[in-house]
Design a binder for this molecule. Structure first.
Ligand SMILES: [Zn+2]
Length: 280
């Protein structure tokens, strides 16, 4: 299944890097759409089962035992799930998505839609050497007040913190085309996202959600780490979150596949573009 899950290499050239003017070639493997949907369907109803399902998905995606860790948390019965893809440099990009849900609904949109993509991003990046070290984190207990992300940031050493070039947070995809929370985003991370979207001819729109809630990027932003949040929430679809309507049927699969394609390419682009491409 692992081989069948992969299409051939997708080679893509950016003709004009907006930062350096130099052409960028990015390479990654795209996971088959059917696999993306299968992983989305694995949403369980209880948080401990969701933790186990995410752990299993990382294993299936090729994240080996020595790359895969559980970080137990104070104040949460379930741990953060952390899969690390070492690059040749210490420079690190955190890719985060909480896997926990509220009691209401099935938590497919919020946020199995994001968490279940993390193993596919790992899979797409891992077959080629990377400069950047990628750390994929399924955060626990976001819904209880960002417990997992706050704890993760609190345990970083100064060196680890300073090595983080970007925190890419993903929460609640598939309700519509990909949205970026621009008012909170690092400007260079955001302009890179629009560049990738434009180059791939994939939609990316701005919907700021500061009135709605918190994000696992918050604790990173407080430490001056460049952050960007992706979601799919609009005024019309907002009531689906934390409601009985948050089920698989709330997900628009074509839009969800587009979000996967965009974010997959975006991560590969950030690796190829390197560290000068954030504000720090
Ligand atoms: Zn959420």
């Amino acid at each position: 299944m692992k081989n069948a899950a992969i299409r051939g290499w997708l080679l893509w050239t950016l003709l004009a890097c907006p930062f350096s003017g130099v052409a960028q070639r990015i390479e990654y493997q795209k996971v088959e759409p059917s696999v993306i949907v299968d992983r989305l369907r694995r949403a369980a109803d209880k948080n401990p089962e969701r933790e186990q399902a995410l752990h299993a998905l990382f294993e299936e995606a090729g994240c080996k035992a020595e790359q895969l860790a559980e970080q137990p948390l104070k104040g949460s019965r379930t741990p953060n799930v952390v899969c690390t893809l070492k690059g040749t440099e210490d420079a690190t990009i955190i890719v985060g998505a909480h896997y926990d849900k509220v009691d209401n609904g099935h938590g497919v949109v919020d946020n199995w839609s994001g968490a279940s993509l993390l193993p596919s991003f790992f899979q797409g990046l891992q077959a080629k050497p990377r400069r950047t070290t990628f750390v994929f984190i399924g955060f626990a207990s976001e819904e209880n007040g960002l417990v997992g992300s706050k704890f993760y940031v609190s345990r970083l050493t100064k060196d680890q913190r300073e090595a983080i070039r970007a925190m890419v947070n993903i929460d609640s995809l598939g309700l519509s085309d990909t949205k970026v929370w621009l008012s909170y985003a690092d400007k260079k991370l955001a302009s890179a996202a629009f560049k990738v979207a434009h180059s791939l001819n994939l939609p990316l729109a701005v919907v700021n959600v500061e009135k709605v809630g918190l994000s696992d990027a918050g604790p990173f932003r407080e430490k001056k780490i460049p952050c960007i949040d992706f979601h799919s929430v609009t005024q019309e679809t907002l009531p689906i979150l934390h409601s009985p309507r948050d089920t698989l049927s709330a997900i628009r699969l074509p839009e969800y596949q587009n979000s996967y394609a965009l974010l997959m390419a975006y991560l590969a682009y950030l690796d190829a573009a390197g560290s000068p491409h954030t504000e720090q």
